[in-house]
Design a protein around this ligand. Structure first.
Ligand code: ATP
Ligand code: MG
Length: 579
């Protein structure tokens, strides 16, 4: 490709909302342009990278026997009503009506559509397992689109779905997918971690996320220092802290705390650390469908710890999604303002305590009486709970739940997510096949997503420096850039760069020839080749030719060397990957 014929759209300035390196560099390198919040066009340079990633993903899917299909972006509401998600999904699901007033949505994911296809096409256990995938545009009206294509509203995802007669077969495909995802991330030269994850609104039991560690990541991932325990913080649990000093129970006193209604205010007034307090949170209990109903439940945490909402909403008695009771409901139903609630008998609703809370002695909690707290309260004698659960958010240094080592927390970018869905969708949509005995049996299902456009951004987060992107070979939009300098003055320069360009093409090297005329200065040409991150560069200049060759630079180490012009292309063809 000649730059004179390429839409190279580099930019010096980036908008203030481009907060992270990949967003800034994708704009500056001219890979993407914003059309609306979270909606981007891909320019030729960006498209080449997307194609590289897409091809790698496709090859690894084909390798495990997944079959490529393409499903529509526009989806009829009926299928979403069948699965129950039409009402369950919030405004993230972009809904609209056609000219006949029929409800549709833009697909944020395709469980319903694919299950509909498979229930129509597969009738016998002999047709299973079947694994299909597509690489296609998704739309999610994200609450906070940001970081460019990292969290966009419209983005490209590879989503795969598998169907099985039994759980064992689903588990086998899940393992294949896990390996395929590792292969994809390795081919992209990414440093990554697979962690146990929450299934979120997609549902199901077992699930893993693939994270690329980066300070700009929006998730927190938790690892043990000594075992292979790894989980998203949303799901991470910790062991019990070493039990506090074995204190004797002191006399419990109901103390006037006036209008001190927050942990901080009570601590200041009583001159104690937050870890001496029990925090009482009131949420809505589960109704018969598991959604937040009218009844209330109290959740207890140590004053210095915070609630893990994912773990809390997974508890049987707690409504999902988690809904906190408002002040008015609390005062009306519990007869006390939220600031003075405590797990005393008069509370009158089920109480779920975090493990850490149950280990406390001589603690302070609300007295369930306006303006009062109990000081030196103890379990059984003064307070009680009905259930113990892990509902706190783990912290750096907590003991690993398997007892081996302590927990470390890092930020990560979620690039892939795989789920064992079991039968939730296939049951709802009545997707079954006849088993070996000729009896109808509901299919087991798995789903597997990887963000193609998010991966492009994640690679840049890991591969950039102060001058621009430093592409790994597998995703680089071009492998080689040939820069001609002063070609308007030297016919030799022009001829030599044309010859190198043709040789590179003949050798199957993806090459970009910077043939821009003298209006583009050598300095700009160099800076742009570095900004767009091409791994290898050959400079053809009158000076280098006079010295007997062309100048070679690797984007990775910036060292310059002079190579004989007729040996240059062979040298580049033989360079090992990522050198
Ligand atoms: P997140 O927690 O980041 O919102 P998610 O859990 O909603 O992601 P999944 O439904 O598991 O995402 O989608 C599979 C993959 O699609 C993600 O791992 C990610 O790579 C990609 N993806 C999801 N949402 C976006 C988005 N808004 N922009 C770009 N890629 C996305
Ligand atoms: Mg996810």
């Amino acid at each position: 490709m000649r730059i004179s014929q390429f839409l190279l759209a580099t930019a010096k300035e980036t908008p203030a909302d481009a907060e992270i390196a990949s967003h800034r560099l994708m704009l500056r390198a001219g890979m993407i342009r914003k059309l609306a919040a979270g909606v981007y066009s891909f320019l030729p340079l960006g498209m080449r990278v997307v194609h590289k990633i897409r091809d790698i993903v496709r090859e690894e899917m084909n390798r495990i026997g997944a079959l490529e299909i393409l499903m529509p972006v526009v989806q009829p509401a009926e299928l979403w009503r069948e699965s129950g998600r039409w009402n369950y999904m919030g405004p993230e699901l972009a809904r609209f009506q056609d000219r006949h007033g029929r409800d549709f949505c833009l697909g944020p994911t395709h469980e319903e559509i694919v299950t509909d296809i498979i229930r129509s096409e597969c009738h016998s256990y002999r047709q299973l397992p079947v694994v299909v995938y597509q690489i296609q545009t998704k739309f999610r009206d994200e609450r906070r689109p940001r970081f460019g294509v990292m969290r966009a509203r419209e983005f490209i995802m590879k989503d795969a779905y598998s169907f099985h007669t039994d759980e064992a077969s689903l588990e086998a495909t899940y393992r294949d997918m896990h390996q395929a995802y590792e292969a994809i991330l390795q081919r992209l030269s990414l440093d990554y971690r697979a962690v146990a994850a929450d299934s979120g609104y997609i549902g199901g039991s077992t699930s893993h996320e693939f994270h690329v560690p980066a300070d700009s990541g929006e998730d927190e991932i938790v690892f043990s220092t000594e075992s292979d325990y790894a989980a998203n913080i949303e799901l991470a649990t910790g062991g019990l802290p070493e039990s506090a000093v074995d204190e004797a129970a002191l006399d419990c006193v109901a103390t006037d705390t006036g209008d001190a209604a927050t942990i901080d205010a009570v601590c200041e007034l009583l001159e104690v650390e937050p870890r001496r307090l029990v925090k009482t949170l009131i949420v809505h209990a589960a109704d018969e469908n598991g959604a937040p109903g009218d009844d209330l439940v109290a959740l207890l945490l140590r004053g210095d710890q915070s609630l893990n909402e994912t773990l809390a909403r997974q508890l049987e008695g707690v409504g999902s999604p988690l809904r906190f009771a408002d002040d008015e409901t609390i005062s009306e139903r519990l007869g006390c303002a939220p600031g003075c609630l405590g797990p005393v008998r008069s509370l009158g609703i089920p109480v779920i305590a975090d493990h850490c809370v149950t280990a406390m002695k001589n603690f302070i909690c609300g007295a369930n009486r306006a303006g009062h707290h109990l000081v030196n309260a103890n379990w059984e004698r003064d307070c009680g709970y009905d259930e113990v659960a892990h509902i706190r958010t783990v912290r750096e240094g907590d003991i690993s739940p398997d007892g081996k080592g302590t927990l470390t927390i890092r930020r990560g970018i979620e690039v892939g997510h795989i789920f064992q869905l079991g039968t939730i969708y296939t049951e709802a949509l009545n997707a079954s096949v006849l088993n070996e005995q000729g009896k109808p049996t509901v299919m087991h299902m798995g789903c597997y997503g990887i963000g193609v456009t998010r991966l492009a951004a994640a690679v840049i987060e890991q591969y950039h420096d102060e001058r621009g992107i430093v592409w790994p070979d597998s995703v680089a939009p071009f492998r080689l850039v040939i820069v001609e300098i002063d070609a308007h003055k030297s016919e030799q320069v022009r001829e030599q760069s044309e010859s190198l360009y043709r040789q590179a093409q003949a050798a199957g090297i993806e090459v970009l020839l910077d043939d821009r005329d003298r209006k583009t200065s050598p300095g700009v040409k160099f800076a742009e080749s570095e900004l767009i991150g091409i791994p290898h560069r050959l400079v053809v200049s009158p000076r280098a030719l006079a010295e007997g060759g062309v100048e070679y630079t690797s984007r990775r180490n910036s060292e310059k060397s002079l190579v004989a012009a007729d040996a240059a292309i062979a040298m580049i063809a033989e360079l090992p990957a990522d050198s």
